[in-house]
Design a protein around this ligand. Sequence first.
Ligand SMILES: Nc1ncnc2c1ncn2[C@@H]1O[C@H](COP(=O)(O)OP(=O)(O)O)[C@@H](O)[C@H]1O
Ligand SMILES: O=C(CO)[C@@H](O)[C@@H](O)COP(=O)(O)O
Length: 555
Amino acid sequence: MAKYTIGVDYGSLSGRAVLVNVQTGEEVASAVYEYPHAVMDETLWDGTKLGPDWALQHPQDYLDVLKETIPAVLAESKADPADVIGIGTDFTACTILPVKADGTPLCFLPEFEHNPHAYVKMWKHHAAQDKANRLNEIAAQRKEPWLQNYGGKISSEWVIPKLWQVLDEAPEIYSAMDRWIEAADWIIWQLCGRETRNSCTAGYKAMWNKRTGYPSQDFFKALDPRMENVVEEKLGTVISPLGEKAGVLTEEAAAFTGLRAGTAVAVGNVDAHVCVPAVGIDGPAKMLAIMGTSTCHIMMGETEKQVPGMCGVVADGVMPGYYGYEAGQSCVGDHFAWFVDNCLPASYYDTAKAENKNIHKFLREKAEKQKPGESGLLALDWWNGNRSILVDVDLTGMMLGMTLQTKPEEIYRALIEATAYGTRAIIENYREHGVPVEEFFASGGISQKDPMTMQIYADVIKMPIKIAGSLQGPALGSAIFAAKAAGKAAGGYDDIFEAARVMGKVKDTVYTPIPENTAVYDKLYAEYKTLHDYFGRGENDVMKRLKALKAAQAK
Ligand SMILES: Nc1ncnc2c1ncn2[C@@H]1O[C@H](COP(=O)(O)OP(=O)(O)O)[C@@H](O)[C@H]1O
Ligand SMILES: O=C(CO)[C@@H](O)[C@@H](O)COP(=O)(O)O
């Protein structure tokens, strides 16, 4: 009798569930639910104005994903809930919210429903940069040894800068919250009624280390005396390894999902890291880029190396027995989305509509006719700051080389190329610091939807690119971890590597570098690197000055 697991992937704009056959990896059914509140980055749902660089979400949307998608995949597959042996989930991160001791989000309480700080701060909420800067200064002064495990800088996207922002700007929310918890762990709590903290978000986003634990009380006190006991007061100290069973589905969660109470629930995971087994990766030096709104670059290594500008190195942070390395670009697909939403003449939309084509496909058909370098354009891919290797959200985008002849499709292609150069910078940075990158895999929406982009990436990074076999890489990864949490006795797996080999997959399509393109891209990349260092490493801080002026004028 076939056994199944369900994986649920919480992306930036929607949640997607897949129901997967545990013995074959076949994805039997899938469903998507778009978050009704989407990303609240200008106003809260009630119209309350938000400041610059804010990005909030509503946790009710996350619950509704479970209520909508799980019954949908059960109905589509006609699977008997008794044969669904486990459920796993993954989330964007650090996407984090304040809750009461029983898990109730503060924004669900009438007294806080109009307070923006009571909501989920999404990974791309960058309004705690001043806190991150201060934290980095203090950590560097104190020569905190863990700082180098995070490339030398803690990002404003992470747990402590965001929490510190709450403490400063909304102390009433800080004191009302009993827990400050990643949505990745909160959703597991909703499923199995038990609070757990996963080692992936704890390690990459909350500065927790398997060997040494969290930074010291003294360090937190140096940030702000009110945070001296932040770990005990707001975070959790019991950290669960990936693939472990967090608990079992409660009666209540069984009622709203249609699954059976008692079904195994895996501990939370992150949307990027969870994809690694989904492409069948089972060893070091194989980089996986999860290319969507943003891109995360995840890889395993045999040794722990401190690489400047990476996001982090975490023992067992991806799969057990290896050091997990993460780097990333905070804006990839968001560049293209911004461009089509803001910069295209109406005639492009009209023609695309008349030809019944998606606007990206329409632009791609024009852009793929260009040769590398033909447009004369070069961009810096910093529309949402730079995550790796500069770790600076105050950097902004740039486009060089425009003339009266420049066409929209040329700008579109230059933006794609810029993101490819950003990925090459990450790969070269690893290699320069002794971390080998030998193979390259891609997953995520763009890897599936956009062959031109994938060919450009292969030409720029000069490595063949293998493509994930699943349209839903993270959801499949979550289903794989669910099979591990359920265990062999229930029809799953006791070994995550075995589960990855059976259930993970890549496509037959491989994008291979084209030598005449790589030769031109080598030249363009050299120009990119010059501009990257000039604007990004302090030689000319014009981007920061403009941003400061903008903030001052907006007041
Ligand atoms: N047909 C398409 N071709 C190329 N890129 C696309 C297309 N449709 C959407 N995109 C890009 O893909 C990005 C979303 O990626 P996806 O992986 O689906 O989402 P997420 O990152 O939220 O998980 C968008 O920002 C958009 O720029
Ligand atoms: O930062 C991480 C993981 O560490 C991601 O969750 C974040 O970049 C969001 O990813 P998506 O672009 O929504 O796939």
